[in-house]
Write a protein that binds this ligand. Sequence first.
Ligand SMILES: [Zn+2]
Length: 87
Amino acid sequence: MPIYEYELCEGDCKVCGGRFELQRPIKTPALKECPVCHKAVRKVFGAVYMPKHLKKVNVRDATSKGFTVLKKTSKGEYEVHKPDRGI
Ligand SMILES: [Zn+2]
């Protein structure tokens, strides 16, 4: 389950501290208010933690998903890995 970070739209809250994290199922509608003080909250952009995204990016995985990966070679040059589009 991803963890979302929320902050109060305005004001302060002694209960949640004005900013809190909440683990919620991905299909749950966006949280509109602090579950404790019921003040309006907004989701902090980019603060979504998906544990499976923490793994290191594998060059082969990235290219297979269509990313162009620049890999530094031992000679100090960059080797370009272009996605294999297939014919
Ligand atoms: Zn609160």
